[in-house]
Design a protein around this ligand. Structure first.
Ligand SMILES: Cc1ncc(C[n+]2csc(CCOP(=O)(O)OP(=O)(O)O)c2C)c(N)n1
Ligand SMILES: [Mg+2]
Length: 560
């Protein structure tokens, strides 16, 4: 560092000292030079078209690497655009730090009307795990250290770092050694071991169970606990169901996976062990479980216990530490799932597989969801290193059941909030962080939220193949508004050619109307490893209201 250093330089050095080198953002006053300096200092800066996509890319990075992803935005509007993604990341427990330029307190607090002036620091607080503001350059190292620890320790999540323009440009007092202000975080996410009593309690519940079941949540993926989870499941033979971002912790074709017998496993299991899966709306708050089932819950956060139902055996601790205690204990107790229970689930699973197979192979014109998903399922099976990103309603829900994932953290989707507009940001972050190919399966509505990031994908030459399931609408494209001449609320342009967007920026473009055409285009684009959009024309009459969660709509009795 030079003699007198700026806040910007201290920020960069603090990030580098903690091995944080990739930044995703959108520049403008007061962070443009900061981004330039990041690049010049050996960090990598990736420019986006909207801040939410940049923060989503950073969140994907956090999910995949376990280190906080970094995002950079301008003040007020850029900050607010990014905030939604910071909120999503926090809900999803993805570690991410959003850094935004801001105005000085003396202008904001007297409401003097600054260019893009907003009290960002206070606004951010309810949407993230922690918010920090840096008012002096000598605090930059401390702020980065606190942000890192908050993002990754305990339940990971989003952190907001507020950087007033003055602090970015401020010079450090020449009497202070810049190096002395920097902190290298040591063990930022310390182990949290469960108590012996808690482990004993869980073993007792499992010992008494005749029909145990495991539900794997993305908490286990975030904790990188695949080896521990596998050991436990292969030791006990207890059947498991993966939530969508836990798919691939064990390969979906594992003999203990009973995703295809979900209803039976919920209604019949007499002990259910939640492994990094919260008992929220995604599990119907536990209401579809056998009411007599005893629940075990592994979670890093004690607040999660008894959130919706009484948990008979809470195991609070980090996932790896919990299994390090629990697995030897169940081995010692000789716990094994009974063959009768496994046979009953297997029979249901086989029945549902046969139904699925029929749907995937029955020819249909115009093309339906299953026909279009079949080649994607095949491609991922042949290339299990490929990452899958997905969003939409029917596209997402049917795709989740159809497409098997074989490796941990290889599926990213709309997550706990069910948000549209995460797809391209996640895909970009994933391609950059892993260097692997990404297939992005998008509903046509979902794609519209962040479709302009195709320019980012093409500019960065990323190996991302986007398949837009174009059924001309939110849920479907066949509805007419009986009261007037305007398109119905759910209607989009079924004849739209989303592929042309790729063409505009030098990517590969395909328009397909049959599974065979889709298969050919997909493999060609995938093999080329170049940015591509495939417009897959799906029957507009297909697609259920809200996909698989139509029951969550208020009942207003209108016909549609
Ligand atoms: C940010 C945001 N806005 C709106 C919604 C409501 N919503 C849920 S699914 C969806 C789009 C579904 O249509 P599409 O992506 O085309 O999938 P399809 O069901 O047609 O396959 C929308 C707009 C949302 N989930 N997130
Ligand atoms: Mg659609």
């Amino acid at each position: 560092m030079s003699e007198q250093v700026t806040g910007a330089e201290l920020l960069i050095e603090a990030l580098k000292k903690n091995d944080l080198k990739n930044v995703y953002g959108v520049v403008g006053i007061p962070v443009t030079d900061l981004a330039r300096m990041m690049q010049r200092s050996g960090m990598r800066y990736f420019g986006f078209r909207r801040e939410d996509s940049a923060v989503n890319a950073a969140a994907a990075s956090g999910f995949l690497t376990g280190k906080p992803g970094l995002a950079l935005t301008v003040s007020a509007p850029g900050f607010l655009n990014g905030l939604v993604a910071l909120g999503e990341a926090t809900k999803n427990c993805f570690p991410v730090i959003m850094i935004s330029g801001s105005s000085e307190r003396h202008i904001i607090d007297l409401n003097r009307g600054d260019y893009e002036g907003l009290d960002q620091y206070n606004i951010a607080k309810p949407f993230c795990k922690a918010a920090y503001r840096v008012d002096r350059p000598e605090d930059m190292g401390l702020a980065v250290a606190r942000a890192i620890r908050s993002a990754v320790s305990g339940r990971p999540g989003g952190v907001y770092l507020d950087l007033p323009a003055d602090t970015i440009g401020a010079l450090l007092d020449e009497n202070i050694d810049p190096e002395s202000t920097l902190i290298k975080e040591d063990d930022p996410a310390p182990q949290q071991r469960p108590s012996v009593e808690a482990v004993d309690k869980a073993v007792e519940v499992l010992k008494n169970a005749k029909k145990p079941l495991i539900i794997l949540g993305k908490g286990a993926s975030i904790a990188h606990a695949e080896n521990e989870v596998r050991d436990f499941i292969e030791t006990t033979k207890i059947p498991y169901l993966p939530m969508s971002m836990a798919k691939g912790l064990l390969p979906d074709d594992h003999e203990s996976c009973v995703a295809a017998a979900r209803s039976l496993s919920f209604s019949d299991a007499d002990a259910i062990m939640l492994v990094g899966a919260r008992l929220n709306w995604m599990l119907s708050h536990g209401e579809k479980f056998n009411p007599d089932a005893k629940l075990i819950q592994i979670d890093v956060d004690a607040n999660e216990i008894d959130s919706n139902k009484k948990i008979a055996a809470p195991l609070v601790g980090d996932m790896k530490s919990v299994f390090n205690e629990l697995t030897p204990a169940v081995k010692k107790a000789g716990i094994k799932a009974s063959q009768d229970w496994l046979d009953a689930l297997k029979a249901k699973k086989d029945e549902n597989f046969a139904k699925m197979q029929k749907r995937l192979t029955t020819p249909r014109s115009p093309m339906g969801y299953y026909g279009a998903l079949a080649p994607i399922k095949e491609l991922i099976k042949k290339n299990p290193d490929t990452y899958l990103v997905s969003e939409g309603a029917n596209t997402l829900d049917i795709g989740r059941n159809v497409i098997d994932i074989f490796k941990p953290r290889h599926r990213l989707d709309t997550g706990t909030w069910g948000v549209m507009g995460v797809g391209l940001g996640y895909a970009i972050g994933t391609a950059i962080e892993t260097g692997k190919k990404v297939v992005c399966v998008e509903g046509d509505s979902a794609f519209g939220f962040d479709g302009m990031e195709i320019e980012t994908i093409c500019r960065l030459h990323l190996p991302i193949t986007i398949v837009v399931f174009n059924n001309g609408g939110i849920y479907n494209g066949a509805e007419k508004d009986p009261a007037g001449s305007d398109p119905a609320p759910i209607t989009l342009d079924a004849k739209g050619r989303y592929d042309k967007l790729a063409e505009a920026f030098g990517g590969l473009a395909y328009n397909v109307t049959t599974p065979e055409e889709l298969d050919k285009a997909l493999n060609e684009a995938f093999d080329a490893g170049k940015p591509a959009i495939i417009n897959a024309v799906i029957d507009p009459a297909l697609g259920k209201e809200s996909g698989h969660i139509g029951n969550l709509n208020p009942k207003l009795g209108i016909k549609h």
